[in-house]
Design a protein around this ligand. Structure first.
Ligand code: NAD
Length: 456
């Protein structure tokens, strides 16, 4: 048995021991997880600064604080979520009761990306543990400081046979994927998502795929332009644009474009100063490959704001690019960096019909005051989730399921949805033995006639 086989086998034995099942055990582990994060807060700030130049404010709000809130909501509701749920029983089943029992799958694998390397590795696991599973986390190889810290913290807090971190690159994931898991939760790119699903199918392991895509921010002619500018600039340039739900591109009504551009430039200066590259609060690009890829995309259109790059620290200014056509290279792939291409429309219906032909994005943001237009967007376009008159904020509400659709993923999590994702719903019918209605059995003409009348 190699190291990975042994780990999975030990976790399976741990799961079979039924230790993970009681409410008291699950609660204790979640409390331990929160305490672990609290004790190591300082190291977490340092690690994220080292990996992504994440400011302490961003680390607090988008990584640590996010996890505290998920743990708190889970602890507050877990007892209720674990209860079996009674459902109706049809008259044909007289004498019996029906209910749904949530049960853990068993040994779970969470594979995480680099852009929110702590949050995206730990948030799914909150659901996995709450639902009574064991968990293995494979964090990203591109954030060695955070992934190393995660392994160290988890290693000294939890029994490996219950919760373990396996560090490594894609080869490590490949080795893990050869083994049988009971649930796989993957966050990453669409292409790798396909590989994960293909391999999971060998063992018929169910998957959640949290993927990416090109999420539009649509600004209509009646939008509150200054607020739209502020919220789009915040949503796009947080973490230097390396956010799965960041507005990928701007799709603005031609009548308000100039006003919006002016306001956005002002906002960028007010958030990041005149020289964002030297701003300690502004994120860096994860690695040289991504820096080069993004620098290449600057060739399209006309840069009307930003555009400066510094290869030494891998930083790219918040950049707005005008004069972009749908055929340009920047519109063919998820940007995942601080470049915002601008496209225009003259009628909302025209915009809708263009967007209908695109892959379903992870998020969509619509800015406009008219209720009918807002509704029209929701009725006509399919996307994972999003906001009206805001960006990113839907993700921070633990009462909303978070996930993609089509090319942007399948399944969802956060709050109760995380618990549901990691639980199989076992359907139970409990029959009485006090009497036995003969209707379903063969051989009786009367039974046949009555059943025919009921099941019409
Ligand atoms: P990625 O798909 O390259 O890597 C994700 C994970 O998969 C990493 O742990 C990596 O080691 C592993 N991996 C990579 N190639 C593999 C392979 N061939 N076989 C097995 N495992 C492999 O993604 P990334 O670059 O780390 O992250 C960026 C992508 O993630 C973007 O597309 C972004 O939109 C998406 N994302 C989605 C969400 C979401 O919640 N939907 C959140 C963050 C990021």
């Amino acid at each position: 048995m190699n190291h990975y086989e042994l780990l999975v086998s030990n976790q399976r034995s741990f799961f079979k021991s039924e230790k993970t099942l009681p409410y008291s055990f699950r609660k204790e582990q979640l409390e331990k997880l929160k305490k672990m994060l609290k004790i190591h807060e300082k190291e977490i700030y340092h690690a994220l600064k080292e990996d992504l130049n994440k400011s302490s404010y961003e680390t607090l709000t988008t990584e640590i604080g996010f996890l505290y809130s998920e743990i708190d909501v889970t602890l507050k509701n877990l007892k209720e979520w674990m209860k079996e749920k009674k459902v109706d029983t049809p008259i044909t089943h007289k004498g019996s009761k029906s209910y749904i029992v949530p049960e853990p799958y068993g040994v779970t694998l969470t594979i995480a990306p680099w852009n929110y390397p702590l949050q995206l590795a730990v948030a799914p696991v909150i659901g996995a543990l709450a639902a009574g599973n064991t968990a293995i986390i494979k964090p990203s190889e591109f954030t060695p400081a955070t992934s190393g810290l995660l392994a160290k913290m988890m290693g000294s807090t939890f029994d490996q046979n219950y919760l373990a971190v396996v560090e490594g690159a894609k080869e490590t994931t490949q080795r893990l994927l050869e083994l049988r898991f009971d649930y796989i939760f993957f966050t990453g790119s669409t292409n790798v998502g396909k590989i994960i699903m293909r391999q999971a199918s060998e063992h018929l392991t169910p998957v959640t795929l949290e993927l990416g895509g090109k999420s539009p921010a649509i600004v209509d002619k009646d939008a509150n332009i200054d607020l739209a500018a502020k919220r789009i600039v915040w949503g796009k340039f947080t973490n230097a644009g390396q956010t799965c739900v960041a507005p990928d591109y701007l799709y603005v009504h031609e009548k308000v474009k100039q006003k919006l551009m002016k306001s956005m430039k002002k906002q960028i200066k007010s958030f990041y100063g005149k020289n964002p590259i030297n701003n300690e609060e502004y994120g860096h690009i994860i690695n040289r490959d991504h820096f080069d890829r993004l620098s290449g995309l600057l060739a399209d259109g006309e840069t009307i704001h930003g555009g400066k790059t510094d290869s030494e620290v891998r930083s790219i200014e918040p950049t707005i690019i005008d004069g972009i056509a749908w055929e340009d290279a920047i519109m063919q792939e998820e940007i995942f960096g601080p470049l915002l291409p601008v496209l225009t429309f003259s009628k909302l219906e025209e915009a809708i019909s263009v967007l209908k032909d695109k892959e379903k994005p992870l998020s969509l943001y619509y800015f406009g005051e008219n209720n009918k237009s807002q509704q029209r967007i929701l009725d006509s376009l399919s996307f994972g989730g999003g906001c009206i008159n805001d960006t990113l904020y839907h993700l921070a509400n633990p009462y909303l399921p978070f996930g993609g659709v089509g090319n942007s993923g399948m399944g969802s999590y956060h709050g109760h949805n995380s618990f549901d994702t990691f639980s199989h719903k076992k359907s139970i019918l409990k029959q009485t033995t006090l009497f036995d209605i003969p209707l379903r059995y063969p051989g009786s003409k009367l039974a046949h006639n009555i059943t025919k009348r009921i099941m019409k």
